[in-house]
Write a protein that binds this ligand. Structure first.
Ligand SMILES: *Cc1c(COP(=O)(O)O)cnc(C)c1O
Length: 396
């Protein structure tokens, strides 16, 4: 008997994800190929990570050049790519801010959580259905009981209120509250969109009680919804909200691991020498990658592109009676299907139609393709998705 790659996976990789359905070999743009040479249109992008798609020349060039020049030095030294990225992130949130760089979303949230502890308060208000990461601190904020329960006790003093409900939030926030953490759109839940005035209300409530407003833009940030930061997207939100903390990761490095904790105003001074650290965080390779992502978004006017191609997807999906709701903006779209088809059946039908899609909950599809998804890709998706819904037996 031959040993399959699935056997090797089960034999050597800890069983936290289940055995994957595919082993992928290479990618280009929004396309990937498996070990048998089958091609797939990647509408998941490594879970909203591959902002420039696969093997983008600007990212390849930036990372290769940086690695050949100076790959890692630790935070005992500064580097130009690190400074450039930090300055750009400060500018992105509006000027008066400072940045802590790390290696992932959960780490970006850990650093922010430590910032909140330095207020002298410990209570955190989060939202139901929120996802904030898997390390102990970030997990303590994540709403999903099944993720948290096996690891209790977790850092405590967290309460959850319904997402998008300003009244419930106002009732939960008090003088003991260090921070309110909220995603602009809830990603892992299948793209939940709050009312247009929700973030303004969060700002008003937190300010009233001297609590920090912490926006988790790990999935929504870096162009995903058509603006660099989703909380500034006029298509989604009223007003101009200035938060105290913004966390970033996923799309920022375009596939190279990086996280960023941005603290605004006085909040930027809460962590002092000795309070936090990281060996890899802000490393020249990761920051060169993030700079290349931001350069490409700017140079190729990807924000306008995201809006345009997102609109094509939306229009096409609206025409399908089996799709009853489309949530989100830009290239972060959540669909509800008329028929609650079994999750695995739908994912398999999509793969058979040449599509990688994500089905986070029964009857809910999340589309977070590369920002470089072309108009042709979008049209190919619409055709293949209709085929997949047919094959999965989804009826209107
Ligand atoms: C993915 C995600 C995280 C965790 O990021 P990791 O890089 O997986 O640790 C945190 N918050 C949100 C909103 C996310 O989507």
């Amino acid at each position: 008997m031959t040993t399959t790659w699935q056997d090797r996976y089960s034999g050597a990789v800890m069983n936290t994800f289940g055995v994957p359905k595919l082993m992928l070999e290479r990618g280009a743009g929004a396309h990937v190929w498996d070990a048998d040479g089958n091609e797939y249109l990647d509408m998941l992008a490594g879970i909203a990570v591959n902002s420039l798609g696969h093997a983008h020349p600007a990212l390849v060039q930036a990372v290769s050049t940086q690695l050949a020049t100076l790959g890692h030095v630790s935070n005992l030294f500064a580097t130009e790519p690190q400074l450039r990225l930090a300055e750009r992130l400060v500018e992105m949130v509006g000027g008066d801010a400072r940045v802590f760089l790390s290696n992932s979303g959960t780490e970006a949230n850990e650093a922010a959580l430590k910032v909140t502890r330095r207020t002298g308060r410990t209570k955190i208000v989060a939202t139901e259905d929120a996802f904030h990461g898997r390390t102990m601190g970030a997990l303590a904020l994540t709403a999903t009981e099944a993720y948290r329960a096996p690891f209790e006790p977790l850092p405590g003093d967290v309460v959850w209120v319904p997402f998008g409900d300003a009244e419930a939030l106002a009732a939960a926030v008090d003088e003991q509250t260090a921070a309110v953490i909220v995603e602009p759109l809830q990603g892992e839940a299948g793209v939940n969109v709050p009312p247009r005035d929700y973030l303004l209300a969060v700002r008003e409530i937190t300010s009233r009680h001297g609590a920090l407003m912490w926006i988790d833009e790990i999935q929504t940030g870096i162009g995903r919804t058509g603006t660099l930061l989703a909380h500034r997207n006029p298509e989604l939100f009223d007003g101009e909200v200035v938060p105290d903390l913004v966390t970033l990761a996923k799309g920022l490095g375009g596939g190279v691991p990086i996280g960023a904790t941005v603290a605004l105003g006085a909040t930027a001074s809460l962590l002092v020498p000795g309070n936090h650290g990281t060996t890899f965080g802000g490393n020249p390779i990761a920051t060169a990658a993030a700079n290349a992502v931001l350069d490409t978004i700017e140079d190729d006017d990807l924000l306008t592109h995201v809006e345009g191609v997102g609109e094509i997807l939306r229009k096409g999906l609206e025409a399908d009676p089996r799709v009853t709701e489309i949530r989100g903006a830009g290239l972060m779209l959540g669909l509800t299907l008329a028929d609650s088809v079994d999750t695995a059946t739908l994912v398999d039908a999509a793969l058979a139609a040449g599509l990688i899609i994500n089905v986070p909950r029964v009857g809910r599809v999340r589309l977070v393709p590369p920002l470089v998804l072309t108009v042709d890709d979008a049209e190919r998706f619409l055709t293949a998705f209709a085929t997949a819904l047919d094959a999965a037996g989804v009826s209107p």
